[in-house]
Design a protein around this ligand. Structure first.
Ligand code: GTP
Length: 509
């Protein structure tokens, strides 16, 4: 739970309230143990391949330790993002998703000391009845807060579980007196440990990063009934009502409680009375849950081992799934790279296409300008191409363009970029080259075209010629890359007008 988005100020002030010996002893028992019976149910759900998030939520919300754990995980910095903090098990499972829920609940711990289990069972039964009572009351008094009223009541006594885990023997004696009123319990705890379970519970909740309303509610869970906040009232009523229910004579105890409550003027007695009348049937519905107390036909070691095994299997499946996803991602990335490359290439000549040429030219132009470097461009237009097409057919024309593309690729260096600008026009971008070195390249191209036929038709060599124009950044006052290309284009036209087949350099025409 170290990842929880802890409210440091709240945590620090609650830590200050605990005697230091208690604080450091509690720090050693990090997880609240679950009852073996609940653990067994968790395992059952985890084994079922069809288990849904609400199946998990239903089991988890029967256990204060697991509920606190899950809400803390869902509110950890990893999952919280900008969302509201979760307040109930169902919200927490929905935020975490199936995998993280499973991993969280399967790492439950159990009471290492069986002697403490009785007292824990008692606390747990009170917590669950209080939770049901709080949610029933909330349904009438503040229907929007039914879920959080349930969780608050369930968690109100987590301090007892923490004390039991930390001081099993002493706590067992302290909590052995079954029907000691809860108010007296806090006095006895303060006497023995210098603090009580409301302080310890609130401190734990703050330490785990549970939302601060939950921390405050636990802290004040045993305060009086004078409050305007209906959810708080539901929580504070839930404990005494649960206590009355567990009294050997519930009807009497409830009647006495009702009488006491009637004296408190602010209480909505209608709602409380209505609940009292229906309480027996409500609690009857809980029998299946409360039956969890029947002894588990397994020892704790086996349960833990089972959970570890399931957790291990789960992480294996998870790893396999992650591997598969990674593979898909790699394929997708390769596919994207291939698509990206393809989007820059002219399919006929396999040189850069016009869009890529223009983008690169723009980048190089501003880079060279910024860094005080030079660059040149060579604009090439094949001569009499229409006539070639007309005489030998379009397909032959294509083949010539393809061969010429290969020629350019073989004559340029790796830092240069040769591309097809359109039709039978080509452009070469030459970073760091002056007009003079650009001209040397143009001359090499011209020489190649002179010497090498592009094709042989009926054994007869077919030569092509080109008109080329060169412009260099150093040789003009070019304010953008377009002006540089235009200058090279104009030089090329100068050659066309002068009879074709030749090279012209801007500024030297
Ligand atoms: N085979 C083929 N021909 C193309 C392609 N793209 C453009 N052309 C042809 O290239 C010819 C260009 O004609 P013009 O612009 O008149 O130029 P030219 O005939 O080369 O004459 P000059 O440039 O003045 O020497 C047109 O007939 C276009 O159809 C192509 O991808 N394949």
């Amino acid at each position: 739970m170290g990842l929880a988005a802890v409210d440091e100020t709240l945590y620090a002030s609650l830590t200050n309230e605990l005697p230091s010996f208690l604080g450091s002893a509690l720090l050693r028992s990090t997880n609240l143990p679950s009852l073996p019976a609940v653990a067994l149910q968790v395992l059952e759900v985890a084994r079922s391949p069809k288990a849904s998030l609400s199946d998990y939520a239903r089991v988890i919300e029967r256990d204060p330790g697991l509920t606190a754990r899950l809400i803390a995980a869902a509110n950890s910095v990893h999952y919280l993002r900008s969302a509201q903090p979760t307040q109930t098990s169902l919200e927490a499972t929905q935020r975490l998703g199936l995998d993280a829920t499973l991993a969280t609940v399967l790492s439950f711990t159990l009471f290492p000391w069986p002697t403490a289990e009785d007292a824990a069972l008692q606390t747990w039964r009170r917590a669950i009845v209080a939770a049901v009572v709080a949610s029933k009351l909330a349904r009438q008094l503040c229907p929007a807060k039914v879920g959080s009223a349930f969780t608050l009541a369930l968690l109100q006594d987590i301090g007892i579980l923490a004390i039991l885990t930390t001081y099993p023997d002493e706590a067992k004696t302290l909590y052995a007196e079954r029907h000691m009123p809860h108010a007296r319990l806090t006095t006895a705890e303060r006497h023995r440990f210098g603090s009580d379970h409301t302080r310890v519970g609130a401190w734990l909740a703050a330490k785990w990063g549970l939302p601060s309303p939950i921390v405050h509610a636990i802290y004040q869970s045993h305060d009086g009934f004078l409050t305007d906040d209906m959810a708080t009232l539901c929580l504070r009523l839930s404990g005494p009502i649960a206590d009355a229910w567990f009294n050997p004579e519930p009807s009497n105890a409830l009647a006495i409680l009702l009488k006491q409550l009637a004296a408190t003027e602010t209480l909505p007695m209608n709602a409380v009375e209505a609940l009292f009348h229906r309480l027996p049937e409500q609690i009857d519905l809980l029998t299946d849950i409360l039956d969890l107390k029947v002894s588990v036909p397994m020892d704790s070691q086996t349960l833990l081992a089972d959970a570890q095994q399931l957790l291990y299997q789960h992480s294996l499946t998870l790893t396999a799934r992650l591997d598969a996803q990674q593979q898909q991602l790699n394929t997708l990335q390769l596919h994207n790279t291939a698509l990206e490359v393809r989007s820059r290439i002219d399919p006929l000549t396999q040189l850069a296409n016009r869009a890529w040429l223009e983008q690169q030219l723009k980048e190089q132009f501003s880079l060279c300008n910024e860094q005080g470097r030079t660059m040149s461009v060579v604009f090439i237009d094949l001569d009499h191409f229409k006539a070639l097409n007309d005489q030998y057919g379009h397909q032959t024309g294509d083949l010539i363009l393809k061969r010429f593309g290969k020629t350019l690729a073989s004559l340029t260096r790796s830092g240069d970029l040769a591309g097809r600008y359109g039709g039978e026009e080509f452009l070469i971008i030459l970073p760091d080259e002056t007009a003079q070195t650009a001209k040397q390249l143009a001359e090499r191209i011209a020489l190649y075209l002179n010497e090498q036929p592009m094709l042989k038709i009926d054994q007869k060599p077919l030569y092509v010629t080109a008109s080329m124009g060169i412009a260099c950044l150093n040789d003009g006052n070019f304010s953008n890359e377009r002006e540089l290309i235009d200058a090279a284009d104009q030089s090329m036209y100068f050659i066309k007008r002068s009879g074709r087949r030749g090279i012209s350099v801007h500024g030297q025409d």
